[in-house]
Design a protein around this ligand. Structure first.
Ligand code: TMP
Length: 221
């Protein structure tokens, strides 16, 4: 059984997409706009967010542990999420903040499930346990062709000298990233109430405008 039917937490908003789809820039712009409207906003990311989560991020994204199995990767990401929900996300939502999260459980289904080929049921189980049942009320999928996204992302890692410390997923082949993109699009089709798909191959300002409009409409602000 899937757990999609659960109502999401309305002010918990996630951004998803393949590498180089521009989530980080969009979250930064979006949180500035929402703060300008007088809302209290927490910007965070997965893997990461907490001190423990950032340590797990460097293990999972770094290239030091090439021997890491897909299951080990899944469980590390699950541990990161459990800490994130408990320490940061849940308390912020309870304080009335809008939480903008760069990736959440959908990324695990897309990357570890469809990308790595782990059992979707097992990935869903880990998602369920690690998120303590918390689900976003709105998910924005920034969609762009894999080649465009990978070029942007690999270029950024090179410029910032992070190919070794953060490049484990960027080093995977195009077929892996195509599976991830297709998985996201499929999840969006299967849950049209929660997902909004935005074409992220367009100029940044147009994408930002669409993201802001989606979120304003969703929050009613
Ligand atoms: P990003 O936050 O810079 O986009 O990179 C995070 C990387 O971690 C990205 O390559 C996808 C990967 N990831 C997973 O494989 N599974 C997950 O559940 C999450 C949150 C991220």
């Amino acid at each position: 059984m899937r757990s999609r039917a659960r109502e999401g937490f309305p002010t918990f908003i996630t951004l998803e997409g393949i590498e180089g789809s521009g989530k980080t820039t969009q979250i930064r712009n979006l949180s500035r706009e929402l703060r300008g409207l007088g809302l209290s906003v927490l910007e965070t990311r997965e893997p990461g967010g907490t001190r423990l989560g950032e340590a797990i991020r460097s293990l999972v994204l770094g290239t030091d542990f090439q021997e890491m199995t897909p299951l080990a990767e899944l469980l590390l990401i699950g541990a990161c999420r459990a800490q994130h929900v408990h320490e940061l996300i849940r308390p912020a939502l309870e304080m009335g903040k809008v939480v903008l999260c760069d990736r959440f459980s959908d990324a695990t289904l897309a990357y570890q499930g469809y990308g790595r080929g782990l059992s979707l049921e097992e990935v869903r189980k880990v998602n369920e346990i690690s998120s303590c049942g918390l689900a976003p009320g709105l998910t924005i999928l920034l969609d762009c062709p894999v080649e465009l996204g990978l070029n942007r992302s690999r270029g950024r890692l090179m410029r910032e000298g992070k190919s070794k410390s953060e490049g484990r997923f960027e080093s995977l082949d195009t077929a892996f990233h195509e599976r991830v993109r297709e998985a996201y699009l499929r999840m969006a089709r299967e849950d049209e109430r929660r997902f909004r798909v935005i074409d992220a191959s367009r100029p940044l300002e147009l994408v930002s405008e669409d993201v802001l409009n989606c979120v304003r409409q969703h929050l009613g602000v």
